[in-house]
Design a protein around this ligand. Structure first.
Ligand SMILES: *Cc1c(COP(=O)(O)O)cnc(C)c1O
Length: 420
């Protein structure tokens, strides 16, 4: 069973102060998990997790992760600005962008962050717009299918990211000639993997290439970035990843492939987003309408503009009706938001206890790629984000958007100046 990290009484108390919908994050959960990640890779001296900012771009949460030893992974100008404002320094920021505008490279260079080049043509581009730094990372795409045993995990051959193997070797050669002193390698081959084998298999692929690079070019990469893609179990009966087993799996391959090749000092980096935050955030919404037509609908005060994953990917997000955890799940509902879009459904044909107007719904596992993917369709506004502290207190970490925020980009027209 999936259990909310907050009781009904506490949630009602919070909702009395902050109107629904809102996101609620669990400080204890995220800290405990971050500590476990550190522990899983403690065998590697240079290990660092660079949290993928795009998953949950909320300064207060980034600062908590910073306290737990994480850096950030950015892919845009504003993500770089946010990381800088939160106090992350040069080597604590990875810039894994693609289709990168000149201004973004310029800011990255100015902040002294680790630039991860997505393409071989970006070498000349970066040199022209910002100059080549002493440390650089290259993103690898091995093409084809990425399979574990016979299970196809994903299809890198279809992905827009990274360089071919030939380009990767060429890129290191060119960069070395241009004076680069420290090299890294990055690859992201599958998303939301729920198997302890993904990182070890990815590591083997990358480690073998690192050995070839050393043998053929005499370049010893100093860090290998396994990137994101470690998933979480969205469904209640689904077993989750064991990060300690994943860390041990990577260590085994490291000792098998890198150490004997004289690459025993390579630092392992990760850029997890979902695994770091997914389970530790929930979208909290209230049922405000019940509609009986050809099917049974529960309408709530949140919509796909607050959490897009079900509408966009058909993703499952578990829903707990607060206070009715032990009631019989004998009603079949579509749980919907109010967008004029029929895909605005958090759940379809979901067996739930009888829902009454006013019930609080806790939509699980929305802590990553949740709020962040929100949008303003139908003029719907972004909701607040709240932090449930370890001591049980609650802190607003992002206020809800107001109509005035929504109209802010029309300020030059004067049309909305009386709107609050
Ligand atoms: C999205 C992304 C991540 C994080 O992915 P998760 O699936 O959330 O772990 C890491 N690195 C890069 C370059 C990404 O684009």
């Amino acid at each position: 069973m999936k259990k909310p990290f907050v009781s009904k009484e506490k949630l009602e108390e919070i909702a009395a102060q902050y109107p629904t919908p809102f996101y609620l994050y669990d400080e204890k959960g995220m800290r405990d998990n971050a500590k476990k990640v550190e522990q899983a890779f403690a065998w590697n001296k240079g290990f660092k997790e660079y949290f993928a900012v795009k998953a949950t771009p909320t300064p207060r949460l980034l600062k908590i992760l910073k306290e737990e030893g994480c850096g950030t992974d950015c892919s845009s100008y504003t993500e770089l600005l946010m990381s800088d404002a939160c106090g992350f320094k040069g080597s604590e920021i990875m810039f894994s962008s693609n289709v990168t505008p000149a201004e973004d490279f310029q800011l990255a260079k100015q902040l002294g962050v680790i630039i991860n080049l997505d393409d071989i043509t970006h070498i000349d581009f970066l040199e022209q717009v910002a100059g080549i730094p002493e440390t650089i990372c290259c993103r690898y795409n091995p093409g084809g299918h990425f399979a574990i045993a016979n299970d196809i995990m994903d299809n890198p051959g279809d992905a827009k990211y990274g360089m071919t193997k030939k380009q990767l070797f060429e890129a290191y050669k060119i960069l070395q000639a241009k004076g680069v002193k420290h090299f890294g390698m990055h690859a992201f081959l599958a998303s939301n993997t729920v198997t302890n084998k993904y990182y070890p298999e990815l590591a083997r692929t990358m480690f073998q290439v690192a050995v070839e690079i050393k043998e053929q070019l005499g370049i010893g990469v100093e860090f290998i970035n396994l990137s994101g893609g470690v998933g979480i179990p969205y469904k209640p009966q689904q077993p989750g990843n064991d990060i300690l087993a994943i860390g041990a799996g990577v260590q085994k391959v490291y000792e098998e492939v890198l150490t004997p090749a004289g690459l025993g000092n390579v630092a392992i980096f990760t850029e997890m987003g979902r695994f770091m935050m997914g389970p530790y955030g929930a979208l909290v919404t209230r049922a405000i309408h019940a509609k009986h037509i050809y099917k049974e609908y529960i309408g709530c005060d949140a919509c796909a503009a607050n959490l897009m994953r079900p509408a966009m990917y058909g993703s499952y997000h578990h829903i707990t009706v607060m206070g009715k955890e032990n009631a019989r799940h004998d009603h079949k509902y579509d749980v919907t938001g109010g967008l004029c879009e029929n895909n605005d459904k958090f759940a379809i044909d979901r067996m739930l206890p009888k829902i009454d107007n006013g019930d609080l719904l806790f939509i699980h596992d929305a802590g990553a790629h949740g709020f962040a993917m929100g949008y303003n369709y139908n003029g719907k506004l972004h909701c607040a984000e709240l932090l449930l502290r370890e001591d049980g207190s609650v802190e607003m970490i992002r206020r809800a958007e107001t109509p005035a925020d929504y109209f802010a980009t029309f300020d030059f027209t004067g049309l909305f100046k009386n709107i609050k």
